[in-house]
Design a protein around this ligand. Sequence first.
Ligand SMILES: [Zn+2]
Length: 186
Amino acid sequence: MADHDFGCTVWGKDWVRLAESLRQTRPDPQLPRARRIARDGGVQVTIDGRIVRAVIHRGRNTSVATIEVAPMSREAIVGISRQLCGVRPVLTDELYRAIADAGHPPAPTLVGVDCSCSADTPRCIHVLAVYYEMARRVDDDPRIALDIQDFFRASSDSAQVSTAVTPQRWIALNALDPSDYFMVSK
Ligand SMILES: [Zn+2]
């Protein structure tokens, strides 16, 4: 079920959906517990490129979870960059919808999930708690949702090589100043 503490932006909601998949037909009894761990500050997250490393404290136990997010496709980066072009982009819910409507829903794709606990499932309570913690972080700063998919690195790289390589194709990226992104929000 929805929880107002997590996913109050559409950007953050993508991470809630990793825990609360629409494909699930039965409620997962771990979810309320995972939310409580995140809400009580039991998840310490470090984001390193596309890798989320998290230390999860639950009672006396400590687990270490690693989640790797796939890099965004070139096509999606170009498509999203076009949506951002022209104004100093603020990552609002409206902009999210515009990006999704243009065919590039910015939801993360996971390429690897691992946890140090003994539960033999990629959906252990620790990993679920990390999804909620990430949802909260992305709610606070939606740039994380793109950054963790290498959007900023890839788009600035493209801008640098674009004049030498394929100016026509990358012309939209040429017009971008990546530093604009980092001026957004708080
Ligand atoms: Zn675990």
